[in-house]
Design a protein around this ligand. Structure first.
Ligand code: ZN
Length: 389
């Protein structure tokens, strides 16, 4: 057992002494607990003038609880005019301090709270009172991290997320920026750069619901995406002018059904798998036999095909054989060496390989059914079957 008066052997302030007994007597602050302890020690030792050390001389807190004004100024400077409505406070204290506090608390019955916990709560209350913003553990707009040892702060502004659908009218545009090809338009840069400017952000990422090849146009009802803008100064702004600017930029990308969304939408959009309808311009090195091609299309309709990872993507994807259902293959028309074909296929089907057979890696293929080599010259996604219409 311990005696309260043993607390006088440490250089502790009133608050840090009170915190040792934080889980005794609820409804009062650690500072008030310290007040009672000071009185009790005075009685126990017969020294009515006993007092704990000033906070600035305290071995645990070194007066950090008296520096809220300074810390607030540091945070305000970092946040600038960024918009936020909720915030969270975290803090870093020196390991030695944490350990010393734990040792003392253990000696006095282990019913205390940590300095970190009290600091985060008390600075949170102070910050909320000064800003009128709401303290929130759950997904705060602003996260404040205070380094209590060196008195500096880090702030993190949560990204904003914008959901939408895009159409792409070009055959020379990748969906996302490539590390090895940082210049040149991408769907991501055309959309992301404009939103980032409106949001006053620092960077952006486009999370697409799948992707089309660089040379494939994305038409029809569009592809879903969620755009993430990092470190936004503005969390809410009119979307119509942004959409209009992107759609009239002449960059070959159009967006629609745009709305503010959340981080959860990223994985939702990425996990979606939908059947797609393609319009393919197919070529042969000799004039196409229409009736033979028509028969090949009919034969492929409703078939399950076996598709080994195409050679052209084998570096990026694991080498597997996948089964894919081809729902419908319709011959639209034939002109000399070319034919237009509509293909409806399960999500994840490689259409170019479905047509050319990829050297036997896709079976059966349209070329195999037709009896001589066919290749895709131009390909458009014309519908993603999301079941919304
Ligand atoms: Zn203290």
């Amino acid at each position: 057992m311990f005696q309260i008066s043993e607390l006088a052997n440490y250089r502790l302030c009133k608050r840090c002494s009170g915190r040792i007994f934080a889980y005794h007597y609820h409804g009062i602050s650690n500072l008030e607990r310290g007040e009672y302890l000071q009185f009790a020690i005075g009685c126990e030792t017969g020294n009515p003038d006993f007092s704990f050390v000033d906070s600035k001389n305290c071995d645990i807190c070194h007066g950090i609880f008296d520096r809220f004004d300074d810390i607030y100024d540091l945070v305000a400077k970092k946040v600038g005019d960024a918009q936020y409505s909720t915030f969270l406070v975290g803090s870093v204290f020196p390991q030695d301090t944490i350990r010393m506090e734990e040792d003392i608390q253990k000696k006095f019955g282990s019913s205390g709270e940590s300095i970190k916990k009290e600091f985060n709560r008390e600075f949170g209350k102070y910050f909320s009172a000064r800003t009128g913003k709401e303290y929130s553990q759950d997904n705060p707009d602003l996260t404040i991290l205070v380094n209590a040892e060196y008195l500096f702060v880090d702030v993190k502004i949560r990204s904003i997320y914008i959901y939408g659908k895009y159409r792409k009218f070009r055959r020379d545009m990748p969906q996302t920026r490539w590390i090895h090809r940082p210049n040149g338009d991408t769907v991501e840069s055309v959309i992301g750069s404009v939103f980032t400017r409106y949001a006053g952000g620092t960077n952006y990422y486009l999370h697409g619901s799948g992707r089309e090849d660089v040379d494939v146009r994305m038409l029809g009802n569009g592809r879903e995406f969620v755009l993430e803008v990092e470190n936004p100064r503005y969390r809410e702004f009119e979307l119509d002018p942004v959409v209009k600017e992107i759609n009239t930029s002449g960059k070959g990308v159009e967006i629609f059904d745009v709305k503010f969304s959340s981080h959860d939408a990223v994985s939702e959009v990425k996990l979606e798998k939908h059947r797609k309808v393609y319009d393919a311009l197919v070529v042969s090195d000799r004039p196409i036999d229409e009736s033979r091609l028509l028969e090949a299309c009919i034969n492929l309709t409703g078939k399950n095909i076996y598709q080994r990872t195409p050679l052209r993507v084998a570096q990026r994807r694991s080498d597997l054989v996948r089964t894919r259902r081809i729902d419908q293959v319709d011959l639209v028309g034939v002109s000399a060496n070319e034919a237009e074909i509509l293909i409806s296929a399960e999500a994840g089907t490689y259409i170019k390989e479905l047509v050319n057979g990829d050297g036997g890696r896709t079976r059966p293929s349209l070329s195999e059914m037709y009896g001589s080599p066919l290749n895709v010259k131009e390909l458009d996604v014309i519908k993603i079957c999301r079941g919304e219409d």
